[in-house]
Design a binder for this molecule. Structure first.
Ligand code: KMH
Ligand code: ZN
Length: 305
């Protein structure tokens, strides 16, 4: 039976609370959303944290620890902690999560413009004073991941024995990966997350996904891969990934909607939708332990939380 790893990106650091009342903010809300995503068929939950009072993206390790421990006490889902953190967050703050020695963590493989300022047009009134400046600053923001940063993160991933989920926002980042592999800073097998539809990265189109996939094959050889896409492109691009034998990431980090004009009430709603599509395609969602085998993860007994 074909298996696919479904990831739920629970809250992220792109969307703001004023855009949806369903965006989880507190550690309890984020943990419970991850547990419900597991029950809906997700094998991996991708975790960012936010200030519990204001929803502002945060790098507070205690928030990560509280979420990770609650989730671990309730289910076996794989936690993929973010090293992308939040826009404008110092690299040193972004790297802190690796001290929790997670099984899996995101690893952004290049620098790019990351424009979310366009969302200001969708909001009449803001719940919190940090929201509008956070969106507007991205008009003049570069999400920095220099070769020095990549080399230093490679070292930190090795030290925490954490598997990299390599975030690829554009073709040039596949070449970055080929170079860092050739330099021996990381080893195969690699797990790629094609991140599509971010303003500053590759547009979310079928041709572009084929282009990323073929370029990665030419430059990297074999690899395990997944796709996530922003907003209205989410389900279409995830479906194409499943058709091509890839894996899929959904979740409120990438889209706040479950269908055109309908806000998703939970991450689980999006997981249920992509699991239903997968089953129609004859693909079964992988369990967390099957995902551990496929990705070669160290196991929940080896985490630092
Ligand atoms: N926010 C997504 C566009 C990360 O957390 O390191 C990609 C992402 C990166 O999830
Ligand atoms: Zn993320």
């Amino acid at each position: 039976m074909d298996k696919a790893i479904i990831t739920a990106a629970i809250t992220g650091a792109v969307h703001i609370p004023s855009l949806s009342p369903h965006l989880p903010i507190t550690p309890r809300q984020i943990a419970d959303e991850a547990i419900r995503a597991y029950e809906a068929g997700a094998a991996v939950a991708h975790i960012h944290v936010r200030n519990p009072e204001t929803g502002q993206p945060s790098s507070d390790l205690e928030l990560y620890r509280e979420i990770a421990r609650r989730v671990k006490s309730k289910c076996s889902i794989v936690l993929c902690l973010t090293t992308g953190g939040a826009l404008g967050m110092p690299v040193s703050d972004r790297a802190k999560v690796l001290s929790l020695k997670p099984e899996l963590a995101s690893f952004n493989f290049g620098s790019l413009n990351f424009g979310i300022f366009g969302m200001t047009g969708k909001i009449d009134s803001y719940k919190y004073p940090w929201e509008e400046p956070y969106l507007k600053m991205t008009e003049d923001l570069i999400f920095p991941n220099t070769f020095k940063t990549l080399r230093e993160f490679c070292q930190l991933f090795t030290e925490s024995n954490t598997k990299q989920e390599i975030e690829i926002y554009d073709v040039g980042m596949i070449n970055n990966l080929a170079f860092m592999l050739q330099q021996g800073h990381l080893k195969k097998p690699v797990y790629l997350q094609f991140v599509m539809g971010i303003l500053g990265g590759i547009p979310a189109t079928p041709n572009n996904l084929m282009y990323l996939y073929q370029t990665a094959h030419e430059q990297i050889g074999d690899f395990t891969w997944s796709v996530c896409a922003a907003g209205r492109f989410q389900i279409k691009m995830c479906t194409m990934s499943l058709l091509m034998g890839g894996n899929a990431r959904v979740g409120l980090e990438d889209s706040l909607y479950v269908e055109k004009g309908v806000l998703a009430k939970s991450n689980a709603e999006q997981v249920e939708k992509i699991v239903k599509i997968a089953r129609e395609l004859g693909v079964e969602p992988a369990t967390p332990d099957e995902a551990r085998l496929i990705l070669g993860l160290k196991g929940l007994d080896k985490v630092g939380y």
